[in-house]
Design a binder for this molecule. Structure first.
Ligand code: PAF
Length: 285
């Protein structure tokens, strides 16, 4: 496995792969890799001739400087894991290599057809502009046949599908397929996240109430309205000391707009466990 740190080197590798007729699978990450990322990488290795994993904590998608500073980073550990599971290249640029000073400070503008106005988008203004800024650049640099994303960030995935299918990028990235990968959970039910590294042992135990409540809500949904289930999830989690729900919204999986039926519905949640912001979701259909 080779670690690449410059755009020029990456583009050379990609050009050689293309010349040799090799297919490329891209797994964009921000590092602090866990079994959830590993499942994406294993799939990319299996499906493609070459698997490129990017490890880049993208500053433009953080609207909270403290969150950016505290985001866990461990490139050595990440590289060891990626090498073990068969990735071919790791692209790990610095922010200065990735962006010009102007790009770093300009908000990238993109029409998300309203998908960015709800939930994470409402709570983290500009977040999805930054995500699309970096993901579109990674697509441009790596020219992948397939790119792999986890369903834990369901709204991100919806926005990336939108960007690829409906924007002018459909021409640029014509053959690119976005592959949705299911949430990976600990045996306890806790959704794997790089942010779990910041939880103490006690907080990790407390955080279990999130997935437990979401799973219980599948039962509640059999005999209650969307509104009732939504409120019961919020109340149940808020009743646990040290947990505070930022939002729980049951929305349509396609439009991400509130829905009053469970058909095609997904519940998306963000909860503060002490200082750590955790997200999770559950599909009702
Ligand atoms: O999901 C993530 O880790 C990031 O948002 C992504 C897609 C790697 C872009 O920085």
């Amino acid at each position: 496995m080779q670690i690449i740190t410059t755009k020029t080197d990456l583009q050379q590798v990609v050009a050689t792969c293309k010349k040799e007729g090799k297919t490329i699978g891209l797994v964009p990450t921000m590092g602090a890799l866990h079994a959830g990322h590993a499942s994406l990488v294993k799939r990319a290795v299996k499906d493609n001739d070459v698997c490129i994993v990017s490890v880049f904590v993208n500053p433009t998608q953080f609207n909270n400087k403290e969150d950016l500073a505290k985001y866990p980073r461990n490139i050595e550990r990440d590289a060891n894991l990626l090498s073990e599971i068969g990735a071919h290249y790791v692209f790990a640029p610095t922010p200065e290599e990735m962006y010009s000073a102007e790009e770093m400070n300009t908000t990238f503008q993109f029409d998300f057809a309203g998908l960015d106005k709800v939930m994470e988008g409402k709570m983290r203004p500009g977040h999805f502009n930054g995500v699309v800024q970096v993901v579109s650049r990674l697509f441009y640099l790596t020219q992948p046949d397939k790119a792999y994303f986890g369903e834990k960030d369901f709204q991100q995935l919806a926005i990336i599908h939108h960007m690829v299918e409906r924007s002018s990028m459909a021409g640029t990235f014509g053959k690119l397929q976005i592959i949705d990968c299911p949430i990976v959970r600990e045996e306890s039910g806790l959704a794997l996240s790089s942010r779990n590294e910041r939880l103490s042992a006690d907080e990790k135990q407390t955080a279990l109430a999130i997935s437990k409540t979401l799973f219980a809500s599948l039962e509640w949904a059999k005999n209650a309205s969307v509104q009732e289930v939504q409120q019961r999830v919020i109340d149940t989690i808020n009743a646990v000391p040290s947990l505070e729900v930022e939002y729980y919204e049951i929305v349509d999986q396609t439009t991400l707009l509130p829905t009053d039926t469970f058909a095609n519905a997904i519940g998306c949640i963000t909860v503060y466990c002490g200082p750590v912001r955790l997200i999770d979701n559950i599909k009702y259909a």
